[in-house]
Structure formats: C-alpha cells, structure tokens
Design a protein around this ligand. Structure first.
Ligand code: SF4
Ligand code: SF4
Length: 85
C-alpha cells in the first residue's frame, strides 16, 4: 500500500471464525460482492466471503452484521495501520 495515497480501493475483511453464516451481509450488499462460502468454519457455519473486488466501502454489511468483529470495512483512501487481507 502506498502510504502517501492510502488504500487504492475499498476493501472488506471478514473474520470467518466470527461469522455465524446468517447471510445478512450478503443480502444487504448493494454491489453483490459477498457470498456464502462452501466450507465450514470452526463453529460449523458456512462463513461469508468477499469476491475480492468491487467493494465500494458503503459499510452496509458492517452495520447489518450481528457479530461484533466479524466484518471490517476499509474505505478508499484509508491510511493507518496495515490493512488485513
Ligand atoms: S462495504 Fe458495502 S459494498 Fe463493500 S462488501 Fe460491505 S455492503 Fe458490500
Ligand atoms: S452478517 Fe456477519 S454473521 Fe452474518 S453472514 Fe455476514 S459476516 Fe457472517
């Protein structure tokens, strides 16, 4: 990441083992860039995943998610500590 310019595009990070697989984030995402993954997480749920491109940083998924810490949204231009992958 270029620290002068910040993050080139928005990005969402989902911590799979915090996800309960409720699908709320998938349904609310206006860009349809979230999906249900086929594998199970350590709690036995199909976790949400990010396609890897197309997030606009709106934050809808973050506000919809009932699990604190499961979703982090980084907006375009974000400058800060290292961004998770
Ligand atoms: S921040 Fe918005 S566009 Fe990005 S994944 Fe969440 S709901 Fe979709
Ligand atoms: S809203 Fe939260 S708990 Fe529900 S599927 Fe998305 S990340 Fe998982």
């Amino acid at each position: 990441m270029d620290l002068e310019k910040g993050l080139e595009s928005a990005r969402v990070v989902i911590r799979e083992d915090e996800c309960k697989g409720c699908g709320l984030c998938i349904n609310i995402c206006p860009e349809k860039v979230l999906f249900e993954q086929k594998h199970l997480n350590r709690m036995g749920y199909h976790p949400a995943g990010y396609l890897g491109t197309g997030c606009i940083g709106c934050g809808f998924c973050f506000y919809q998610c009932p699990e604190p810490g499961a979703i982090t949204v980084y907006k375009k231009g974000y400058v800060g500590e290292e961004v998770e992958r």
